[in-house]
Ligand binder design. Structure first.
Ligand code: TRP
Length: 329
């Protein structure tokens, strides 16, 4: 059993892209590994959320991941700020993180470009906090998307640097968790690119059936195939990709044939697609809502998660303090 750490953005309400792209696979991952899932609510402060928004988004995202099948009886699911040991390890790692390398991080440079009015030190040291999240459980694997690869690379560098500096072999160098071929890339409904929260082209697991129908009916298409044998345009191809993921094969085949014979009516296809998305997401949405309504369950779950996470985290911090030279006098 390997230790896996997975950080979840507290603003990261789950959409179909997240679900089919990764979260669906967490169910198996948690059975085969010792998993730590946490809501990254220290990281969230870099954008200065107001207290109510912060609180509500933590609860919402927690409920969404639980609704998708993260099982607190198998995995450890917790809220980052419930584990102050992370903050201590972050402080210690900061002493060996160089401003130059932090300034060169792609995500930091992008933040500077997009939000020149809020370039705080937390943003600069974001990768150090992320490294602390991971190595505090001495994780071997981290499920990350492309956008987090550089952060994971930096985590390895900080772990290695600590080991070299103190002549120990204490922290493993974590690698990306590989889901193999199971990963599906879900495009957005706006014609180009993948589904994303900030792109505004997504269907969220918490969306109501009415919202889903409305979004799908508005999806970008084209004026239909002009000649026989032509390839669908990108927006239409994207709808087929989503359909392949959520609908029966016979349904997708039916619309592919209609496209090929130039009899396709995108309106009909979208109606079918919307209903199939609803069929898949409805049970999850109901789950989200019942979890959110059950305050005792949520409170007990994060409490248990924090206890388990702190057990592992405090052991590491204790050992790190020893290694560094903070010893009993
Ligand atoms: N940076 C990650 C993201 O934006 C979230 C995150 C924080 C994380 N700490 C982590 C992911 C530790 C994996 C491991 O999605």
């Amino acid at each position: 059993m390997e230790t896996v750490v997975s950080g979840i953005r507290s603003t990261g309400n789950l959409h179909l892209g997240n679900y089919f792209g990764a979260v669906r696979n967490f169910i198996n991952m948690q059975r085969e590994n010792s998993c730590y899932f946490f809501i990254a609510d220290y990281h969230a402060l870099t954008t200065h959320p107001n207290p109510d928004n912060l609180h509500n988004s933590i609860k919402q995202v927690l409920a969404e991941y639980l609704a998708c099948g993260i099982d607190p009886d198998i995995a450890t699911i917790f809220v980052q700020s419930d584990v102050p040991e992370v903050a201590e390890l972050y402080l210690l790692l900061n002493m060996n993180a160089y401003v130059g390398e932090l300034e060169r991080t792609a995500s930091f440079k992008e933040k500077i470009r997009k939000h020149p009015d809020n370039i705080n030190a937390g943003l600069l040291t974001y990768p150090v906090l992320m490294a602390a999240d991971i190595i505090i459980h001495r994780a071997a694997k981290v499920p990350v998307g492309k956008d987090q690869e550089q952060h994971l690379e930096m985590t390895r560098r900080f772990a290695r640097r600590f080991n070299t500096m103190y002549g120990v072999n204490y922290f493993p160098e974590p690698e990306a968790y590989n889901f193999g071929k199971q990963l599906v890339k879900i495009p957005g409904l706006d014609g180009t690119g993948k589904m994303g929260k900030s792109e505004g082209n997504g269907i969220f697991l918490a969306d109501t059936p009415q919202e889903i129908r409305k979004k799908v009916m508005r999806a970008v298409t084209d004026s239909g195939p002009a000649t026989t044998g032509e390839e669908p345009s990108e927006p239409v191809k994207n709808l087929f990709t989503i359909m392949e993921t959520v609908s029966d094969k016979s349904t997708t085949d039916y619309f592919r044939e209609k496209f090929a014979s130039r009899e396709i009516r995108y309106g009909d296809m979208k109606k079918q697609l919307a209903e199939d998305i609803i069929k898949i997401t409805e049970p999850i949405r109901e789950n989200i809502n019942s979890i959110l309504a059950n305050r005792e369950y949520l409170a007990a779950t994060v409490k248990r998660g924090a206890e388990k996470a702190r057990e592992s985290a405090s052991k590491t911090v204790h050992e790190v303090r020893e290694i560094i030279g903070y010893r009993e006098v």
